[in-house]
Design a protein around this ligand. Sequence first.
Ligand code: SAH
Ligand code: SF4
Length: 415
Amino acid sequence: MSRDPAETPDTAGPDAAADPASPDDVAVLDPYDLDHDGIAALLEELDQPSYRADQVAEWLDRGVDDPHQMTNLPTDLRASLAARFGPTRPRLVAHSVADAGRTHKLLLEYHDGVAIETVLMLYPDRATVCISTQAGCAMGCPFCATGQAGFRRQLTAGEVIRQVMVAHAVLASGQLSAAVEVQAEESGDLRLPDGHPERVTNVVFMGMGEPMANLPATLATIDYLHERLGLSARSITVSTVGLVPAIRRLAQHGKPVTLAVSLHASDDELRDDLVPPNRQHPLASVEAAMEDYRATTNRRVSIEWCLIGDVNDSDEQARGLAAIARRTRSHVNVIPMNPTPGVRWKEPSAAAVARFMSTLDEAGANATLRDTRGRDADAACGQLLASYTLGQGRRLPVAVGAAERIDARRQDPES
Ligand code: SAH
Ligand code: SF4
């Protein structure tokens, strides 16, 4: 079946429903937008025996999307499929390398010119790809580069899945070392790490956009990764600002992926401005959804906390965070904020980070200090910005002025 792009949750953001995937998408069939039943239906329409669906699916899963290269299919079928599939393969328009060669930022452009970023991170035992679910984001968190640019459009399931396929292809080809060589000439001190897997082993939904505001594409991608590429639910992490109805639907989906909730504030007053969807889904409801997720899936939930100097690094915030982490039995990941163009706030001082971590520890939270990958190429997972294509999209009305309100309260706590 073709996955239903119209099935958009009410939390998709102000213009998600109004913004179609693209003006001409009716004419464009992306083979990665079809699940196995959809491929079978297409082949039935073309009067093919049912085993052909498995053959086509196998090629797609190996990253081959050009029917002319599907050599075990009859030539006339290859031509019929080629006539059906649109020009949906994204173009890899830029590949930049950071972290001494371990982080690769890929800029992908889709058929309508919309561009998004996908980040590949190499470790000795893992190759993690950080994928985007939307071009831009409507949530408007005032510390996030994607949030500043606003929302452009939803990505289809096929477009999300293709990011993983591109990462696979880049890993399996000589492209990684070629990119490192080119950039080493400019910036020196880059080289590929000695060993890393040849295939993607982990996927994190922490790129551009809010995965829970594009739930159909997120669920279809999880299904594809699990059922077709064989990734375990454990190796998939979905990060969300806490859109409660969508978290509950994810819990019911039957694939216990790791859920990461971007908390960033431990009281509603600060969180309303730092994470604007908190106005619809306040902390108590997010906490209840986290507990529900753990109870339903038997998986420990993670809390993400972007630590921003003088904004959410106080002892009071640390104690509030620790209390939530204890109640929900969550693990906390603290990530010092990456400086972001157009954002006035700064990363916290080393002393403030140390103090925040020790307050968490004293208050009984299970917490890890993390460094965002790719700082030197502003490729940090989760603060991506294809700035030259995004322009100013729309944001939640409450997001406008959020930073000003936070700073005003900081200067005058009574205001
Ligand atoms: N929209 C989802 C997933 C994408 S953002 C979410 O917000 O969870 C992934 C992570 O990157 C989030 O935890 C987000 O808070 C974090 N992030 C955003 N901007 C950042 C910045 N400037 N520095 C460090 N982390 C940032
Ligand atoms: Fe969107 Fe996540 Fe950035 Fe907030 S932090 S604006 S939800 S991408």
